[in-house]
Design a protein around this ligand. Structure first.
Ligand code: ADP
Ligand code: ZN
Length: 208
């Protein structure tokens, strides 16, 4: 029952790798941040309660996270790429009680590079594709290469929220890395490398 957990500072490229891994292995990509954003867009009861946390760049309280992912983490949940969960020790313990984790992959990147990547990130308003203006210098018009829509900055990719999110990573999510290390499940990768290289390295290291 191989389930994967992806961990890393904001901007470390775990979303990109989650996409590549889920395609490669035919796994389901569970992106918790994007599920939360959908709740906000649809103005659900949860959406309205989490909005302020999300915009500030603070972690959403566990009760909301658990109510969103509980239906997904069923007894026979299998072949999941968990992107953005767990982010606290409490969440890690909750997960441990639900499904087994084969590998937790930690994308290592320093704060400085992470901040630079986040402030130059743009997202397509139509298909949610992510771009980095630093890597894609030809994106002068800031339009999506896939669907032509205008690209925008994510609401929480502003200086204040970026700093709070990175702070939450160090204070609340770093212990989760030790959690998986103690269970001998941790695989570290250098997130400075190019996405394609990282993907190939992962496929060669993961025994799936
Ligand atoms: P990033 O990791 O770059 O901050 P995400 O899209 O993964 O972006 O998450 C956006 C926001 O959603 C987070 O800042 C946080 O408010 C909330 N969030 C996502 N995952 C969790 C989680 N597991 N626990 C609590 N809050 C979360
Ligand atoms: Zn698009």
């Amino acid at each position: 029952m191989p389930n994967l957990v992806l961990l890393g500072i904001q901007g470390s490229g775990k979303g990109t790798q989650a996409n590549l891994l889920s395609k490669h292995y035919g796994f389901d990509h569970l992106n918790v941040g994007s599920l939360l954003r959908k709740e906000m867009e649809n103005r659900t009861a949860i959406g309205d309660q989490i909005r302020d946390y999300m915009l500030r760049g603070d972690l959403v309280p566990d009760e909301h996270i658990f109510s969103i992912i509980e239906p997904i983490l069923t007894e026979d949940a299998d072949k999941l790429v968990l992107d953005g969960f767990p982010r606290t020790i409490n969440q890690a313990e909750y997960l441990e009680g639900k499904i087994p984790v084969e590998y937790a992959i930690y994308f290592e990147l320093g704060d400085k590079v992470a901040k630079k990547r986040l402030s130059s990130r743009r997202v397509c308003q139509n298909c949610q594709a992510n771009y980095n203006l630093l890597l894609n210098s030809y994106l002068r018009e800031e339009r999506c290469k896939k669907c032509g829509q205008l690209l925008e900055r994510r609401g929480d990719d502003n200086q204040l929220a970026i700093n709070r999110r990175i702070d939450a990573f160090h204070k609340q999510t770093k212990p989760v890395i030790s959690f998986f290390e103690q269970r001998d499940r941790l695989l570290r990768v250098d997130a400075q490398k190019k996405p394609k290289i990282i993907h190939e390295e992962l496929v060669s290291k993961l025994n799936l």
